[in-house]
Ligand binder design. Structure first.
Ligand code: CP3
Length: 356
């Protein structure tokens, strides 16, 4: 993928939004808030427009992608939109036979387990995902001053689906390859880094204002193994988009012991799950980095008063960062059974409680 100059978003109307200001550690009028998985099954309007359309098919229809991406912005008044897609979309685009099974997740028809299998992971070209470029164009025009976050899956998390053939609790085949066939593994995650970097560049060239690299399942690794076997590939992704003018967010679940290394891999903003208070996370990621997070998603099932007390605790812990550099989010994604009204109330509360 040819490298675009800087993102068109750098000179766009979202440049001075509270979200991008917080990513850059600049002073803000209030703490920005958005939710991972904000577009999706917790919204009745989402279920309605998705009726009869498969998950991956829906990602290839620009008008539908625009509508689904806009739904949580309209309803919750969040400070950023996240592009509606999935981490397996670029794999499908380079020819991997993958489907997303409702209630299960990504399922790979022929898992990647040998050197010969690796040949199926060719680089991604913009022509492979014309629908992504088109949908982002539509969205940037519609969103105006509200930033659009692009994203991709990080090499480890993508590898876990490709090697296991689907979701897995213990990642045994993935780790067997990582520990037992380190050269094969290194080539696998390197090829995934190339695909992921290509997918992010397409989104940046089309106008997203920031990118988030989801390494959702990397928390299953010890720091030394992360450093040796995963960090080079994640670093390669971040380096590929380092000069394009958009903040790079990095997130994983259960990554308390990895926060420093994930920051070092090249993140400008580190996403934190709910297990590590933000004042502690701030020490681990080092100075100059913004943090994103980190209310336990399950708190949303408690009464409003409790949600507000816990949200206030998150804001307090973030004071360790100074007057900026915090993006409020959940510690992981919105759950399908969550009450959308509780999320809307939380956005209003964070805006009010953090107003400066
Ligand atoms: O955040 C957003 O609102 C944007 C859209 C988005 C989706 N997937 C849509 C989706 C994003 C950012 C993702 C990323 C993603 N996909 C991740 C990383 C984020 C995380 O949760 O840690 C991962 C691990 C995946 C893989 C994946 N795709 C899973 C585990 C599932 C759930 C399967 C199920 O049904 O339980 C999916 C499917 C998926 N991706 C859905 C949505 C809205 C639900 C499918 C549907 O609505 O039919």
């Amino acid at each position: 993928v040819p490298t675009p100059a800087v993102s068109p978003a750098v000179h766009g109307p979202a440049h001075d939004s509270v979200f991008l200001r917080a990513c850059r550690h600049e002073p803000v009028s209030h703490t920005p808030v958005w939710f991972m998985r904000q577009a999706g099954r917790s919204l009745p309007e989402y279920l309605k427009v998705r009726e009869g359309i498969g998950m991956l098919d829906s990602c290839m229809r620009p008008e539908l992608v625009k509508e689904i991406t806009m739904q949580p912005v309209r309803r919750h008044k969040v400070d950023a939109a996240i592009f509606f897609s999935d981490i397996v979309v670029p794999l499908k685009a380079v020819g991997i036979d993958v489907d997303i099974k409702p209630g299960v997740g990504p399922v790979i028809a022929d898992p990647i387990r040998t050197a010969a299998d690796l040949q199926r992971l060719r680089p991604l070209e913009p022509d492979d995902v014309p629908y992504v470029t088109e949908a982002i164009g539509l969205l940037v025009a519609e969103l105006g001053a509200t930033p659009l976050i692009g994203f991709a899956g990080a090499p480890y998390t993508l590898a876990s689906y490709l090697v296991e053939g689907g979701p897995s609790k213990n990642h045994e085949r993935t780790k067997a390859m990582m520990y037992g066939a380190p050269e094969l593994w290194a080539e696998l995650v390197d090829r995934l880094a190339v695909i992921t970097a290509g997918f992010l560049k397409v989104q940046i060239a089309a106008g997203v204002s920031a990118v988030q690299l989801f390494d959702s399942w990397v928390g299953s690794l010890a720091p030394d193994d992360y450093r040796r076997s995963v960090m080079p590939a994640s670093t390669k992704v971040f380096e590929a988009v380092a000069d394009l003018g958009v903040p790079r967010i990095h997130f994983g679940v259960g990554t308390g012991e990895l926060l420093g290394l994930m920051s070092e891999a090249g993140a400008d903003v580190v996403g934190v799950d709910w297990r590590v208070p933000l004042n502690v996370a701030s020490l681990r990621v080092g100075p100059g980095k913004a943090l994103q997070g980190n209310l336990d998603p399950a708190v949303l099932y408690a009464p409003t008063k409790v949600v507000e007390t816990k949200a206030r605790e998150v804001l307090h812990a973030a004071n360790a960062l100074g007057t900026s550099g915090h993006i409020f989010n959940l510690g992981h994604g919105v759950l399908p059974s969550m009450d959308p009204d509780a999320l809307s109330r939380l956005v209003a509360f964070v805006h009010e409680a953090s107003a400066r």
